[in-house]
Design a protein around this ligand. Structure first.
Ligand SMILES: Cc1ncc(COP(=O)(O)O)c(C=O)c1O
Length: 386
């Protein structure tokens, strides 16, 4: 008698890799008696500054507050406009609203899925103060074109590089150049602190102000001096989280290399199965700049008899997790109330309805990739319109 087939283990779309040395390091921090912001945060910031080519870097408890603070540092507030993409995590535009300014969306380039730089200048008005480019899935927006536009129009750039830690632009790591650069270390990101983020700045003056915004506006001097001059929040990172980040940084190069290798395996497997999934759109095959934070396909809705949710449900039944990153931001109720409507940004809307994030994380194998591609292309082949 043949033994019953063992169902393959569920494959999530992402999973952090935390090594034993990091876990032991966290235990040491917990035993040390100092668990909130302290020496580990300082050490983490020093390493992040090395990563950013010596630029000042401060750590925070999210990659959302980093952007809000960046906008404050750039002097963005009520009456101002900030240009960004509608295909992003809603944090990107929420922070613009949070500082009292108005987001101005510009449609995406359907190939890169990032903001279409050809359309940015037409969106600039006298109220425009900044651009927030987003490196979706870790594929960098063209930094040369971006800085030329910003320079021409005297605009600040707040890079939402939440997804592009470890990515490069023409051989330079993202964060080593540009203006204000925000990274996220959320659990799904290429390196994590569980929750957290950091901001790369231009000078110590900005860094000092960012420290004030980070913690209630407080400036301490000597043993007992304390002053508050700006309204700050509660955005500091804990030492426990920073110790996780230090352990993760040691693996960055290896993680990025593994992600690139798995992305290549996806391209090879999809090329071999192309006949089963006509019209399926793959990401840009970039193996030098992108850190492959995600591998996302766009389903060809016009050729299929089912919607994305059904494809996700069938993949889930096959033991494969997927994600949606992201619905187009301007279609959310809050943004509809603020005046945006269906049809405003057709490329972002199409992507928002049909984009699908497939499993990709460093502990995956090439066999996992083959399994995902086989399952997805089989599902798509069975749901083709005649
Ligand atoms: C593009 C983008 N922007 C901003 C954020 C916000 O980062 P966090 O979740 O750390 O606040 C994220 C992460 O989820 C993101 O992917």
């Amino acid at each position: 008698m043949t033994p019953p087939a063992v169902p393959p283990e569920f494959l999530p779309f992402t999973r952090p890799s935390i090594d034993e040395a990091t876990i032991a390091g966290v235990a040491e921090v917990l035993r040390s008696g100092w668990i909130t912001s302290g020496p580990q945060v300082k050490a983490f910031e020093a390493r992040l500054s090395e990563y950013a080519g010596g630029r000042p870097v401060r750590a925070f408890n999210s990659g959302t507050c980093t952007m809000e603070i960046a906008l404050r540092l750039a002097g963005v507030g009520p009456g101002h406009e900030v240009i960004t993409t509608p295909l992003t995590w809603v944090a990107t535009s929420n922070v613009v609203l949070e500082v009292g300014a108005r987001p101005v969306f510009v449609d995406i380039d359907p190939v890169t899925r990032n903001i279409d730089l050809d359309r940015v200048e037409a969106a600039i008005t006298p109220a425009t103060r900044a651009i927030i480019p987003v490196d979706l899935a870790g594929l960098p927006v063209d930094r040369d074109r971006l800085s030329a536009i910003a320079h021409r129009h005297k605009l600040r750039i707040v890079e939402d590089a939440a997804q592009s830690f470890g990515a490069e632009w023409r051989g330079q790591r993202i964060g080593t150049g540009g203006d204000l650069v925000s990274f996220s270390f959320h659990a799904n990101k290429n390196i994590t602190t569980c929750e957290g983020g950091c901001l790369v700045m231009n000078n110590e003056r900005e860094a000092k102000l960012a420290e004030q915004y980070r913690l209630q506006g407080v400036v301490k001097t000597g043993y007992d001096g304390m002053e508050v001059e700006v309204v700050g929040g509660k955005f500091n990172l804990t030492d426990v989280a920073a110790r996780v980040g230090l352990g993760q940084l040691a693996h960055l190069a290896e993680f990025t290399a593994k992600r690139r290798e798995l992305a290549r395996a996806y391209f090879d497997a999809f090329a071999a199965a192309a006949a089963r999934a006509p019209g399926l759109r793959l990401p840009v095959a970039d193996f030098t700049n992108s850190n492959w934070h995600m591998f996302q396909v766009i389903l060809p809705e016009e050729r299929l008899t089912v919607r994305r949710a059904e494809v996700m449900a069938e993949l889930h039944a096959a033991g494969i997790g997927t994600g949606v990153h992201y619905p187009a931001v301007h279609r959310f109720a809050l943004y509809q109330r603020l005046g945006w409507k269906a049809g405003d940004f057709p490329h972002a809307e199409y992507a928002g309805r049909n984009i699908l994030t497939l499993p990709l994380f460093p502990a995956m194998t090439q066999a996992d990739v083959a399994r995902v591609v086989h399952a997805l292309t089989t599902i798509l082949a069975t749901h083709q319109k005649c």
